[in-house]
Write a protein that binds this ligand. Structure first.
Ligand SMILES: [Zn+2]
Length: 394
């Protein structure tokens, strides 16, 4: 067993981390180890999984055996010397980062190293990034920072230049399928999900194990094919956004309620001798700050959800192009082959490429905070009537 088994389809990155862990444990060339790391890779490639596996390899006496108490507590999120920061909102703020820097300044409790993992380091605000920069410039002797981001451009150059870079690639479908099979999925389903997810591990897992995710995907894939006129395009754009909003709401509602209850409890709700009104008054400011965070998280969830749909569209049109060009290559969406072939016959490869460009541009707009309604409308219209240079609303 090894923690590296979780890091799917990334032999080069694993080799780099293994060398670092060896150096960190006092054998192997000392040059292999450093105090600040940057793990980049496309969404779903397993950036945080890789970062957490590295953390385990640093705190495990056997350099990541996956079986000892240290390895298991890292995986469970309870190791005292490993902190993993996940942003549920659109940004990591300065105060939050200050607290993290403070926590990183102490000596490790049980392990030889203290490891601070920041998922979504691309969401650090500028002030937060500058706070972090100071900590990375003068790290505590036994502290290791592992930052994760989609690409190196997502971080300030000053931070980038002080980190060692490990790049993950899109994991190949065979590696993703093998992972799912290890997790108990049968091989036909694993292969379908690995291809359909286009290398996004979390998405593959959801497709393989959740009927609702599969049927939602099937519905989404139908949308571009149902449009016959411009009115449809606007209607579909509206529906797409509504579906995304509802899906996102379904996922965040429970979390919001739990947080609100915890906040009120922290201010004494349910305790003896304090009225509900008094609790509300005391908690007022904290509650309104929490509401702000929750609103941001909801907005991010809608964008994430829409991006998943766009990736599904992208896969569909890539398949259409594969058929149109007669490329001998397995389809991404083996389950909708007839629809792919029909779409391939109905148009030419030039139009398909314009559609692919339009979807790629729409994903960039979504990431760049263009309002989702605008992005959806512009995309649907372009899928209906493909134009060169993707007439992008910026
Ligand atoms: Zn271990």
């Amino acid at each position: 067993m090894s923690v590296w088994l979780d890091v799917v389809g990334q032999p080069a990155a694993v080799a780099q981390f293994e060398a670092a862990a060896a150096a960190a444990h006092g054998h192997g060339p000392a040059l292999g180890m450093t105090h600040a790391w940057l793990v980049t890779g496309p969404p779903g490639s397993g950036r945080s999984t890789a970062a957490v596996a590295f953390a385990a390899a640093l705190v495990c006496p056997q350099e990541g055996c996956a079986e000892c108490t240290a390895c298991r507590s890292v995986r469970a999120g309870s190791h005292p010397d490993v902190t993993v920061v996940r942003s549920t909102t659109l940004s990591h703020g300065k105060e939050q980062t200050k607290a993290l820097v403070l926590a990183a300044s102490g000596n490790p409790v049980t392990a030889p190293w203290r490891v601070m993992v920041i998922e979504d380091a691309d969401r650090l605000t500028e002030a937060a990034a500058n706070t972090l920069l100071k900590a990375i410039e003068e790290p505590a002797p036994a502290t290791v920072w592992v930052l994760c981001a989609p690409s190196t451009e997502d971080l300030l150059p000053t931070i980038r230049s002080r980190t060692r870079h490990v790049a993950l690639r899109v994991p190949p479908p065979a590696a993703v399928a093998a992972l799912l099979e290890r997790e108990g999925v049968d091989s036909a389903m694993a292969s379908f999900a690995a291809h359909a997810s286009q290398g996004h591990i979390g998405r593959a897992r959801a497709l393989a194990t959740d009927e609702e995710t599969r049927s939602r995907r099937a519905q989404i894939l139908k949308i571009p094919r149902l449009m016959t006129g411009i009115t449809d395009a606007y209607g579909m754009a509206h529906d797409l956004r509504k579906v995304a909003e509802e899906d996102a709401k379904g996922r965040t509602r429970q979390l919001d309620e739990t947080e609100n209850a915890e906040m009120l409890a922290a201010y004494g709700q349910g305790a003896e001798g304090i009225s509900a009104g008094r609790v509300k008054a005391l908690a007022g400011r904290s509650l309104s700050e929490l509401a702000k965070t929750q609103t941001q998280r909801a907005a991010r969830s809608v964008r994430d959800e829409l991006d998943r749909y766009f990736v599904d569209f992208l896969g569909f049109y890539r398949d259409v192009l594969t058929v149109q060009l007669g490329v001998d290559q397995p389809l991404i969406n083996i389950d909708v082959r007839p629809a792919v072939e029909q779409a391939a016959q109905a148009g030419d490869s030039g139009d398909t490429m314009k559609r692919i460009d339009a979807i790629t541009a729409a994903r960039a707009q979504l990431a760049g905070n263009v309002p989702p309604a605008l992005v959806c409308e512009s995309l649907m219209v372009q899928l209906l009537h493909p134009v060169s240079g993707s007439g992008v609303v910026r």
